[in-house]
Design a protein around this ligand. Structure first.
Ligand SMILES: NC(=O)c1ccc[n+]([C@@H]2O[C@H](COP(=O)([O-])OP(=O)(O)OC[C@H]3O[C@@H](n4cnc5c(N)ncnc54)[C@H](OP(=O)(O)O)[C@@H]3O)[C@@H](O)[C@H]2O)c1
Length: 275
């Protein structure tokens, strides 16, 4: 278990590793995975309306018997629900399905031509105390710069695809300059990184698995990974990374693996990606 956290630009604490919930399995399997993850020690759960399992995530949290206040809970607004009114409605539906009074983090799932209107709703939800922090996902610099022109609140988080084959160093630097915390989705590249020769060598050197080396690389880069697993042993394995350090030279070796490779394609109904 790790009780380490980062502090967002508004002072909110966010645990430095989270639990991903995309494709956890059946309703029952999803409840079980979330409950077990919390029992094992995760305190940061990454949900989304799109994953169609907010209800199961909420039950898993309740059944873990850990106080709601001790869990950092995120969910996301899906692409069909941009715009002020739709965002408000979609937010209420999400918290009802999750069975919670507030969110720790509400994220825009993908950029959209209605970003500015949507963001106004996010700011209102924040000012009303219904969400403790607000952010975006999959935003490029241009999207954030556009938002900054009219936003009263700068996003506290940008959740983007990062793994050794897509290390996103420029985006990480940009976010750092703007006091935006980066969260990595697809942090272990959905397994595609496991057969990489350099990663296998490092796993051998540190006597750890490739997922463990990869997750530690994220954390040492100041990025919060949110690995998903439906398997209890792998859920444990992914958290068991707080008793070793990757050397500076080996961090650089992993950095050199970048080839800007995506793990998945952009959803079809994402309409605003020209930046
Ligand atoms: N904002 C966005 O647009 C966005 C997009 C995608 C994902 N996300 C979020 O990010 C989370 C993580 O990303 P992801 O689920 O796409 O990919 P990921 O976490 O990189 O990889 C998950 C895959 O790796 C396997 N796995 C996990 N731990 C393992 C281990 N220790 N050894 C071997 N295999 C292991 C899992 O299988 P098993 O379950 O069988 O272990 C699963 O197939 C998601 O769940 C979601 O919460 C956000």
């Amino acid at each position: 278990m790790s009780d380490e956290y980062k502090i967002l630009s508004n002072g909110v604490k966010i645990p430095i590793i989270g639990f991903g919930t995309y494709k956890l399995g059946s309703h029952e399997d999803s409840i079980e995975a979330v409950k077990e993850a919390i029992k094992i020690g995760y305190r940061h759960i990454d949900a989304a309306a799109f994953y169609n399992n907010e209800e199961a995530v909420g039950i898993g949290i309740k059944e873990s018997k850990i106080n709601r206040e001790e869990i950092f809970l995120t969910t996301k607004l899906w692409n069909d629900n941009h715009g002020y009114e739709k965002t408000m409605k979609s937010f209420n539906e999400s918290i009802n399905r999750l069975g919670v009074e507030y969110l720790d983090l509400y994220l825009v799932h993908w950029p959209n031509k209605l970003n500015l209107e949507t963001w106004r709703a996010f700011e209102d939800l924040y000012n009303q105390g219904k969400v403790k922090s607000i952010g975006v996902c999959n935003f490029k610099e241009g999207h954030i710069e556009d938002l900054k022109k009219s936003a009263k609140i700068i996003p506290m988080v940008n959740q983007i695809e990062i793994h050794p084959y897509r290390s996103q160093k420029n985006m990480i630097s940009y976010c750092k300059e703007n006091n935006i915390q980066v969260i990595a989705w697809g942090p272990i590249m959905r397994g595609k990184i496991f057969s990489d020769a350099v990663m296998l060598e490092l796993a051998d050197k540190y006597n750890r698995s490739v997922p463990q080396i990869t997750l530690k690389w994220h954390i040492q880069n100041g990025v919060i990974p949110i690995p998903k697993s439906s398997n209890i042993e792998r859920i444990k394995e992914n958290l068991n990374i707080f008793d070793f350090e990757i050397s500076y030279e080996d961090m650089k070796l992993i950095d050199q693996l970048n080839k800007n490779e995506n793990v998945s394609s952009v959803p079809e109904n994402t309409t605003y990606l020209e930046y």
